[in-house]
Ligand binder design. Sequence first.
Ligand code: DGL
Length: 273
Amino acid sequence: MARAGRPIVVFDSGEGGLTLLRQAWTLYPGEEYIYICDTAHFPYGQRPLAEVRTFFLGVLRYALTLDPKAVVIACNTATAAALDTAREASGGVPVVGVVEPGILAAVRATENRRIGVLTTVATHRSGIYQQGLKAAEARAVVWQRPCPLLVVLAENGRVTGPESRAAVARCVEGMLAEDVDTLILGCTHFPHMQAIFAEVVGNRAHLIDPGLETAKILPRYVGGLTREGSGTVSLFTTGDPGRVAQVGRQLWEHLVMQPEQLAWEGGEVVWRR
Ligand code: DGL
């Protein structure tokens, strides 16, 4: 594949990481972005962390063949499972995770130090938010709740309407009753439902989008990001390119390109021309 510059690879299990990609594109439109989703193994959030780590490291090995200037794990679950290992395996290429920027933003935003975190089941089990929030703010009181239904709804493009609104309300009600004043959307699929969250939560809590917070601090990890110009976005999926294109376009009208096909072969990701 002939390319002019070094790309920024953005990764998720599915369409969730598009929420981060859209923010990065808005902030640094001159960059060349390659979005890789391991849709063949979606959802990561229902899998053991060790399995998620194995999948992500396979994707990382493929991503490194693209000579990226950075790899952004736009997936809380893969960040929880594999960030440290990925940094050791990346040969010096910066690997950026979404959890820490979300934690730091939440700690800045909270006034009563009562913080809620919505995640996948695997992120919940990992304890990464609980531990990170306590490390950043020892007096924080943290409520966590896995919301796997929201992941599936967003992955299928169902980000508006009564069913999704009711699902969001079920996830946040208990936390709001505990008087949390800050709510972390700890799965990159959830900000696709930002409008519903804003409506349901209103002014009762600050909503923190770790993907947005990560995009904002990307220059700390990657030098020379261009804030102007016209870059590119390419999509790659290990799943069905037609479905990824259709839902992707629905979630972000900018995504008019046809995704490239990747496949898993013997534990490695390969590009199918
Ligand atoms: N979007 C991902 C996250 O931030 C994972 C969703 C999934 O595959 O379960 O955790």
